[in-house]
Write a protein that binds this ligand. Structure first.
Ligand SMILES: [Zn+2]
Ligand SMILES: [Zn+2]
Length: 327
């Protein structure tokens, strides 16, 4: 197999040839057909997550077809198309796993961070954490649903029932969430980098009712806001934009420090929460309904060997929607 591997933190990925890995008990191997590029991959490469492991193959939005099955795997068959997400394994016995919060597991394994991921021609995964994807939709369009879509789905659930929803940072996740929220009957307000007219136009093309800079106030108070950008300075701005009792959800795995702000911004039962990882139930709920939502995923494809270019373009915000690597 071949892969784009991170051998040293903060260095470009390297094209490597590796021996084919056989799936162990309870594991499957897939021939990767597409793997999305997520902002978390940048955090992995930059060493911004705790206990970084190198060498590692990043990538946790994997779409592939099963080409080897280990012993003890039920319900999956050779040639089946599956998706492999960020949550790669949970312990099943910690207090969080036992109370159906496996996204908070004390001993998790994450795809592309603590086990090898999908910037490769093949990937091995814990079969219990692979989602059957059926045959509707192209590999390239499905890949971003495995993280941007799934984390988006979970953050949307945590944002609550309110009809007026703000999205700060309009990248891969927000462009999918905007469409899900609209499908749910919500009005979406998109906040981009100040002056980013092109992204505001892109947001409007997806049906948001208002798009502007993150330094602007929305035309009316919001019920909830979700922050996808990694900028802590957006937290007080989002708190200011939500109504009494409103909720601000931080959806990123990493964020710069949040500046101090007046207590008045939190007063009147405003809530500030974060969303972490996903559960398998999130995947089943979201991927089961996604075909009915009519989500149009805007993708920019790169050959696998151009993974460094894709990461650089993501860092610089050079494309709309999501980047996907194709082996
Ligand atoms: Zn991700
Ligand atoms: Zn656990």
């Amino acid at each position: 197999m071949h892969a784009m591997m991170l051998k040293k933190l903060k260095k470009p990925l390297e094209w490597v040839e590796l021996p084919d890995q056989e799936p162990d008990t309870g594991e499957i191997r897939v021939k990767v057909s597409a793997c999305g590029v997520c902002r978390t991959d940048l955090h992995v490469v930059d060493g911004e997550l705790p206990d970084p492991k190198v060498p590692i193959i990043p990538g946790h939005e994997i779409v592939g077809r099963i080409d080897a099955i280990g012993t003890g795997v039920d319900g999956l068959h050779m040639g089946e198309r599956v998706g492999i997400p960020w949550l790669g394994h949970t312990c099943g016995v910690c207090p969080y796993c036992l109370r159906h919060q496996e996204n908070l597991c004390d001993h998790p394994i994450f795809t592309g961070y603590t086990r090898n991921g999908g910037f490769a021609t093949a990937a091995v995964a814990d079969a219990r954490f692979a989602f059957p994807l059926g045959d509707v939709g192209s590999d390239v369009e499905l890949a971003p649903l495995l993280c941007a879509g799934l984390i988006g789905w979970r953050s949307l659930a945590i944002a609550g029932e309110g009809k007026k929803l703000g999205l700060y940072g309009f990248g891969a996740a927000a462009h999918i969430v905007a469409q899900i929220a609209k499908w749910q009957g919500k009005s979406v307000f998109a906040f981009t980098r100040p002056g980013d007219i092109a992204t505001q136009k892109f947001a409007r093309s997806l049906g948001v009712v208002w798009a502007g800079g993150s330094d602007e106030m929305p035309p009316e108070p919001l019920d909830a806001a979700i922050i996808y950008a990694t900028v802590g300075g957006l937290v007080p701005l989002a708190l200011k934009a939500v109504c009494k009792g409103g909720r601000v959800v931080c959806a990123g795995i990493h964020m710069s420090d949040i500046p101090s702000f007046a207590y008045a911004l939190l007063w009147e039962e405003r809530q500030l929460v974060s969303v972490a990882n996903l559960t398998r139930q999130d995947g089943i709920d979201f991927l089961g309904q996604a075909p009915q939502m009519g989500i149009v995923v805007k993708t920019t494809s790169y050959p696998l060997q151009k993974a460094n270019e894709a990461l650089a373009d993501l860092r610089a915000g050079r494309f709309e929607g999501a980047a996907v690597l194709m082996p």
